[in-house]
Each structure stands twice: as C-alpha cells, then as structure tokens.
Design a protein around this ligand. Structure first.
Ligand SMILES: [Fe+2]
Length: 257
C-alpha cells in the first residue's frame, strides 16, 4: 500500500495555481479571533477549523483521542465572519483538516532561512489513504514578499522563491519541502492555510486552476542570498552548540505550521 498523492506535486513538491482575481473584504481576516501560536517567525493564528471546533491550533494528534490531520471541525463563530475564506477552503471538495489564517510579522530573508521547517501533516495518517498537503492562499498584497521552498534545509542551490501578491495560491507538500516566508514591509502578512487530503478532488482543482510545478524564482540580490545563507549556518551552529551544552540534541525540526 502507499499513500494517494497528486501527480502534479510529484516532481517539485509544489504547484502554483492561477491567482484568485476577486476582492475579499479584509474584515474576513481582521475581525477573526486570533491565538498566539509559535510557528516559524512571529505569528498568531485564527483557526476556522480545528480538532474539536475550538479556537486553538494544536495538531490533531495531540488531542485525545489522537487523530490525523483530516476532518477538521468548523468553528461557527469564525466561519460566520469569514464566509468567502471558508468557501475557498471547501471549494476543491477535498477533505479539510486544519484550516486557519496565519498572521506573520515582517521577517527578513535570513530569518526566513532559519525558520525553514517541514510540517507534520501525516502523523497517524493511515497508509492507503490520501496524503495531506497544504494550501496557501495569500490575502494581503505582499508584493515584495515570497515563500521559500527547499528540498534540503541548508542547500541553497535548489531553492525556489514564490511571489506572494494578494490572491496567490500555492499547494505544497509541506511535509516534504522545507518552507517559510520572507515577509518584507511593516505590516503583518495574512494567509489562509488549509490541510487538504490528496485525491481526485484535489487533482481536479489543481487542473482547473492550471497548476504549474515550476516557476521562476523571485529575484533577490546575490549579496542578500549569501548573507542569509551565512546567517542560517551561524544560527543552526549556535543552536546546536547551545543544545549540546545542555546535553541535548535537536529532536525534531518539524513544526506545527
Ligand atoms: Fe509549515
């Protein structure tokens, strides 16, 4: 047996869909209830669907009974404020697990490289069922910001940088790819993140919006790239040294979001 995966994500681990062209009232994300939840960077989250329909962001596997990242329970008080965002999460007809809006404070490229992580989307996911991937629907028009994807955390040679204007839509196997956002500017970035189960519904959705698995990377000065890489190397070494001093090792670089 094997997991059901999307052929569209096989080669690079991501697809970029057509941009969403309609305006959405910012109240749909600004008026939601947010909770502090440490992810990669300085973040808060507003869940639309959670393990038990409560306003919290813990992995479904950390609840009792533990379960995989599917069958998220919609939070009526939040979906009533964000009907369009809820519709967008439901649009493919794929099973939805965690669904929430991330609020990310400005993050430099160097910080982003240190924040690169893999998600733990498929813990307890039964073999033979659909592999859980993540959709990212950018809400704010972050023209200078970009998502960074790497197959290997510390290898810049195959890095992809994907632009994040309003309406940008990405589907990413975030358990496979190391990922984080560089967010420039002074205001927070908001993005709808949804766990979707792979299968024919998701495949049809990717095809409908012309998903492409290779895009040109956002251009960044080589000096900034080099400085960011050096800073990542320095910070990873510093953390390893700090842990070693306490007799510990990095157990798991996977993150919640
Ligand atoms: Fe993540």
């Amino acid at each position: 047996m094997a997991y059901i995966k999307s052929a569209a994500l096989e080669e690079t681990g991501y697809v970029v869909l057509d941009r969403y062209g309609k305006q959405i009232d910012p109240k749909e994300w600004m008026d939601l209830e947010y909770v502090d939840w440490k992810s990669s960077g300085d973040t808060r989250f507003a869940p639309l669907a959670s393990a038990k329909g409560e306003i919290e962001c813990n992995g479904f596997w950390n609840h009792k009974p533990p379960r995989t990242d599917k069958d998220g329970v919609w939070i009526d008080a939040q979906t009533a404020i964000a009907p369009t965002l809820t519709e967008r999460a439901l649009e493919p007809g794929a099973n939805v697990g965690r669904c929430r809006i991330i609020e990310l404070q400005p993050t430099t490229y160097a910080e982003c490289l240190y924040n690169l992580h893999q998600d733990d989307n498929n813990r307890l996911n039964p073999d033979g069922t659909g592999w859980v991937v993540r959709s990212f629907f950018n809400l704010t028009d972050d023209k200078d910001s970009f998502f960074v994807l790497r197959e290997n955390r510390t290898d810049p040679s195959e890095e992809t940088r994907i632009a994040l204007p309003a309406g940008a839509q990405l589907v990413i196997d975030t358990q496979r790819l190391w990922h984080a956002a560089t967010h420039l500017g002074t205001e927070p970035r908001y993005c709808l993140i949804t766990s979707w189960e792979s299968g024919p519904e998701l495949d049809a959705y990717i095809a409908k919006y012309n998903g492409v698995g290779t895009v040109d990377s956002v251009e960044v000065d080589q000096e900034i790239l080099d400085a960011g890489q050096a800073e990542q190397t320095r910070r990873i070494a510093a953390r390893a040294a700090a842990l070693a001093a306490r007799g510990q090792r990095e157990v798991n670089a996977m993150s919640e979001a």
